[in-house]
Design a protein around this ligand. Structure first.
Ligand SMILES: [Ca+2]
Ligand SMILES: [Ca+2]
Length: 164
């Protein structure tokens, strides 16, 4: 019998959490945020992932994490949060990490806007992160809709497990 929490976690993955680097269905500053900022610093292998993989992670090896981050950052360039044309640890990475910690306003952006940035307003920065973080194939949606307790969904999952 699969662990229900794990099943629900994997269901969340269907929504394409773009910054859920370790693939556990959640975004966390001290796992996903840390992995992103370390990667932007150029760390690879064990120094990239040590202590930064969540308990329910589906990407657990340095190779898995590097492949995911390569797609996110090197291929799709989704981490130029301040829109200055480059993806940097101490601006873009820090902005994302602070956002994951729940900071907003100037606490989000102070000292973390890169030279030549075109996106500098805290609310514009937060909106950009939200849009990319919550995007799924159908556009954008409110994370609260599916991250609140889901008794109805648990019922469906239990039904599926019993039927199958
Ligand atoms: Ca995660
Ligand atoms: Ca940037």
């Amino acid at each position: 019998m699969p662990n229900l929490q794990r099943v629900l976690s994997n269901m969340d993955l269907a929504y394409d959490w773009r910054f859920d680097v370790d693939g556990d269905g959640e975004y966390q500053a001290l796992t996903d945020g840390l992995l992103i900022i370390r990667y932007l610093f150029g760390l690879k292998g064990a120094t990239l992932i040590n202590g930064a993989i969540g308990q329910w992670a589906t990407r657990t090896t340095a190779a898995d994490i590097e492949t995911f981050l390569y797609g996110l950052i090197d291929t799709n360039h989704l981490l130029d949060i301040d829109d200055n044309g480059s993806q940097d640890a101490l601006s873009d990475g820090l902005l994302l990490l602070r956002w994951m910690f729940g900071l907003n306003g100037t606490a989000l952006t102070n000292g973390a806007i890169g030279a030549g940035a075109k996106r500098t307003d805290p609310s514009a920065i937060a909106s950009f992160i939200r849009i990319h973080h919550y995007a799924d194939q159908m556009g954008t949606f409110d994370r609260a809709l599916i991250k609140t307790p889901m008794p109805a969904v648990e019922g469906v999952v239990n039904t599926i497990l019993i039927v199958n």
